[in-house]
Ligand binder design. Structure first.
Ligand SMILES: [Zn+2]
Ligand SMILES: [Zn+2]
Length: 928
């Protein structure tokens, strides 16, 4: 081993820690900001102007009056007060709840030296005294070679590294190249990043952590912790403590600079609030949300701090139930959205082997949260390589996300079938059927319906808001249940099953409970809504025998119509550019064969408005288009405030009309009113609270599960392998942050490409020599020059040009010219020559007609059908006017005769995050 340790200068005791002070260049007096107006969506709501609002039928009933959400008969507990929480926990009687409480208490008492910390002395020392020098690789050629070999073989198997190492040693026997196992230890030494291992029940009931740490058998299934014969731990799981990883990310100026984004953005937002009377013109990030800004205002988040997002989901590593497991990860919100969701910065936090579901998730999350809580209490010491100074950072847990089932574990609420089943804990009670156990969030009261506790009057869709103040009152009421019967009754009344483990974190270091739990736009907009609507339209949803689907005017996707609809979906593929990612498959054939979230997204919000036109009768068609228009807005990465108000109105009237059109106040159809419909009522106001939902969506998780799953090499032991890969991911991310030179070189432009500035790059193919323009092109060019540059050109002017086949746009899409695309057969291409732009390298474009107004109106603007004129309507534009590649898909608009040149428009959904992880080089390769 060569002397890399010499380079690791551990600071001595005399290193002076610079406490953050107001004089330090980092500190900014954010606390003096007063947000003059809260950014309440309702302030701006003007229902009279709502194009789709049925406000004459509007009912104005305050949900709080009807809910059984208990009125505050005692003062609401201030979540800022630990004393109140203690008091609350002390009065708990039931054993099961006491266990949850003891996890919370252990977190409250967390410390790095505490019994549950599990850090050895060396790790603890390093955490408190992180290295304060750059890691220099220059004079350690052997180490450099070894690291490069190791990183180069990461995607392959262990054998690849060992084979390459053996080959090098054969030629240069004097080289000091560590073995694969030595490399793993070395990685841990350099980065300080390791994992903490805990035993767990082999049936995944509980982890032996916190209050379960000393148990020898599982408290749920009695399975022993250790194998009775060998004495070995039967099953274990890994947790990666976040502190060392964050420290590593600051240990090089290049990566330390990444953390500036949040500070800069926060300043900009506050400046803009000041200049616009407390209103924002658009929402672009979590930091635009009122909850974050409120924490800034309170001083709970300062410039030195780091804001994290926690995300958990169940995963199937490959197509087999036996590989089911749970993964949680951390996203660092301080880093810009362009970078933070990439593989390099997403940090796996822990893995829970399956395939059974954990019975006590708290016990599995405990080690990671204990570490977080310790750091939140003590502060994390970070050496900022950019400024060469140490500072203390508070870790703020901004938001927790999960899909529906996982969320019920996290937030301790009853889940979607409960009387209060809204995952945002809004006080809207559901209604159940006679003798049915499940509640459904129908706001309109069924006719002839008299079920005690559910027969409240209609609740208005247009005034429904979320308040969280009743959470603590209700939690106290639940915890004080004297016996099991009372507990069940109170659980029903409050919608709370148990206190959430997140109550154990310091209250100033997280958003208040339950506001720290977000919604999940990914599952909602794709799987949940498509499941409901396709079951309705296909007539497959459960129904009363007296209510047959043959009587449903909307149940049209059956038999031949359904099959042909499926073919129409598949037929759009050649017209969807490669930058639209995976095109939806034939839905009639494949919807039950792992139809992906992305396919649903393109189907529902891209193709469906055109493909359902003339099939789904009105008013159902027009109703659906409202959802499409609203979701196209809500799923954008940057949402303009005026659009948001429009989306809010559309969504509220969509939900109201859903009840009127489909459920029709029928008790036997109450189950049509699912939580996925109710959730739409909150979407727009959630944007004002925590920013665009895409920022805290599960798309990141989905991609991380995907790319970790691809790395699994040993299907025989997938869980252990996954944990190893996850740890390795953390270490490699830390390593390449510490030594950026180890990252693969930034992609160079492909051969022959010309960067024309502003993010635009001309890509080959290119004409070998210049050629004359066609007469029509020349006429358009002449028009352009005469108009733009006041030139006068002769009648027969015929210029020569050099054509390019492709243009890379600043948004990462590649636009192609008709020149090359037309040479390929239709089944080989993904058309990418349709572009949208505002009106130098020039492009000759053929302008489509304006969309047919009748279709546009009937579809709430979601079905734009335009005529293509080819060379008959050419225009010349500067290429930097081209903003995005869109899809134009051929179809025959109804009522237009002899028409074969019509196309409908599909834009790429605004889910840039789903695509941000892909390397630009991949874009080149794919497109070449
Ligand atoms: Zn068990
Ligand atoms: Zn709700």
């Amino acid at each position: 081993m060569n002397g890399h340790q010499h380079q690791e200068t551990f600071p001595d005791e005399s290193t002076v820690l610079e406490e953050p002070s107001n004089n330090s260049p980092r500190a900014l007096a954010l606390s003096t900001i007063v947000l003059e107006n809260s950014i309440e969506l309702n302030d701006q709501l003007d229902l009279a102007n709502d194009p789709g609002c049925l406000n004459e039928i509007r009912t104005d009933c305050d949900p709080a009056e009807v809910v059984g959400a208990r009125e505050c008969d005692e003062p609401c507990i201030d979540s800022d007060s630990n004393a109140n929480l203690d008091d609350l926990l002390e009065n708990t009687r039931l054993e099961e709840l006491c266990i949850t409480n003891s996890f919370i208490r252990e977190l409250q008492n967390a410390s790095l030296e505490g019994i549950h910390s599990n850090l050895d002395k060396e790790a603890l020392d390093r955490l408190r005294n992180p290295p304060t020098t750059l890691f220099m690789l220059e004079d350690q050629p052997d180490l450099q070679l070894a690291l490069e070999l190791f990183l180069g073989s990461l995607k392959a198997s262990v054998d690849v590294y060992n084979t390459a190492r053996a080959a090098v040693l054969k030629r240069h026997p004097e080289d000091n190249l560590p073995s694969y196992d030595q490399m793993k230890k070395l990685l841990e030494q350099i980065t300080g990043v390791g994992s903490i291992v805990h035993p767990m029940c082999r049936n995944t009931c509980v982890a032996f952590t916190g209050p379960f740490a000393d148990l020898d058998i599982c408290p749920k299934c009695r399975e022993p912790k250790r194998c009775p014969t060998s004495g070995k731990i039967q099953q274990e799981f890994h947790t990666m403590p976040i502190g060392p990883i964050l420290q590593a990310l600051w240990r090089n100026p290049q990566s330390a600079h990444q953390f500036e984004y949040r500070r800069r953005k926060t300043r900009e937002i506050i400046e803009s609030l000041r200049n616009n009377a407390g209103k924002l013109s658009s929402y672009e990030d979590f930091f635009h949300g009122s909850d974050y800004l409120e924490q800034i205002q309170k001083g709970n988040i300062t410039d030195n701090d780091i804001v994290l997002m926690f995300s958990i989901d169940g995963a199937q590593l490959y197509a087999h139930k036996a590989s089911d497991c749970w993964i949680y990860l951390w996203v660092i919100l301080d880093i810009s959205p362009e970078e933070r969701y990439k593989k390099d910065f997403v940090i796996p936090g822990g893995f829970i082997p399956g395939p059974k579901k954990p019975k006590n998730l708290d016990s599995f999350l405990f080690p990671g949260l204990y570490h977080l809580a310790s750091l939140q209490k003590e502060g994390l010491i970070i050496w900022d390589a950019a400024l060469d100074q140490k500072f203390k950072s508070q870790l703020f847990l901004g938001i927790n996300t999960a899909d529906g089932p996982a969320m019920a574990y996290l937030n301790g609420l009853v889940g979607h079938h409960g009387k209060f089943g809204c995952r945002l804990y809004c006080p809207t009670p559901g209604r159940h059927k006679t003798n049915g156990p499940h509640y459904y969030p129908a706001l309109l009261k069924p006719v002839d319906y008299e079920i005690a506790g559910c027969d409240h009057q209609d609740i208005s869709h247009f005034s429904l808001t979320v308040s969280h103040s009743h959470y603590f009152t209700n939690l106290r009421y639940l915890l004080q249940s004297p016996n099991d019967t009372q507990y069940k009754k109170r659980r029903l009344e409050t919608g709370i099953v148990k206190p959430t483990i997140f109550l154990g974190l310091p209250p100033n270091s997280t958003l208040p409970i339950p506001r720290c739990f977000g919604s999940d736009i990914m599952h909602l907009s794709t799987f949940n809504l498509s499941d409901l609507f396709l079951h309705l339209w296909r007539g497959l949803i459960d129904h009363d025998p007296l209510d047959p689907p043959s009587n449903w005017p909307w149940a049209v996707l059956q038999g031949k119509v359904w099959e042909s609809h499926g073919r129409d979906v598949a037929a759009a593929t050649p017209y969807l550019p490669g930058s639209f990612d995976r095109p939806p498959r034939n839905i009639a054939e494949k919807m039950n064969s792992g139809y992906k979230a992305w396919e649903w997204l393109l189907y529902l919000y891209g193709l469906a408005p055109a493909l359902l036109f003339g099939i789904l009768p009105d008013p159902y068609y027009s109703h659906f288009c409202k959802l499409v228009q609203a979701m196209r807005i809500i799923q954008q990465y940057s949402i303009n405030s005026a659009d948001l108000v429009l989306a809010d109105n559309l969504l509220r009237s969509f939900v109201y009309e859903f009840e009127v059109l489909y459920y029709q106040r029928r008790e036997d159809r109450l189950h049509f009113c699912r939580q996925s419909i109710h959730a739409l009522l909150h979407l727009a106001s959630e944007v004002t609270r925590i920013g665009p939902p895409i920022c805290s969506s599960q798309w990141t998780m989905e991609r991380t599960i995907g790319n970790l799953g691809e790395e699994i090499r040993q299907p025989s032991n997938p869980f252990a392998n996954l944990s190893q890969r996850g740890l390795l991911r953390c270490q490699v991310n830390a390593l390449t942050a510490i030594i950026p030179d180890l990252k693969p070189p930034k992609c160079n432009l492909p051969r022959g490409a010309i960067d024309i500035g502003g993010g635009y790059v001309l890509l080959r193919a290119q004409d070998r020599c210049s050629r004359y323009m066609s007469v029509r092109e020349a006429a358009a060019f002449k028009n352009y020059l005469e108009g733009q540059h006041s030139l006068t050109l002769g009648e027969d002017w015929l210029p020569k040009v050099t054509r390019w086949a492709r243009l890379l746009l600043p948004n990462g899409q590649v636009s192609r010219s008709r020149w090359k695309e037309e040479l390929k057969p239709i089944n080989k291409i993904r058309t990418a020559r349709n572009v949208k732009g505002l009106l130098s390298t020039l492009a000759a474009i053929s302008i489509y007609s304006p969309p047919l107004p009748s279709l546009l109106i009937r579809s709430h603007g979601t079905f734009a059908s335009c005529k293509y004129f080819g060379d008959n309507n050419l225009s010349i534009i500067d290429v930097t006017c081209i903003k995005a590649v869109v899809a134009m898909i051929p179809h025959s608009p109804p009522g237009v005769e002899n028409e074969d040149k019509h196309f409908y428009l599909v834009e790429r959904p605004g889910l840039d995050i789903a695509n941000l992880g892909s390397n630009i080089q991949e874009v080149f390769n794919e497109e070449s």
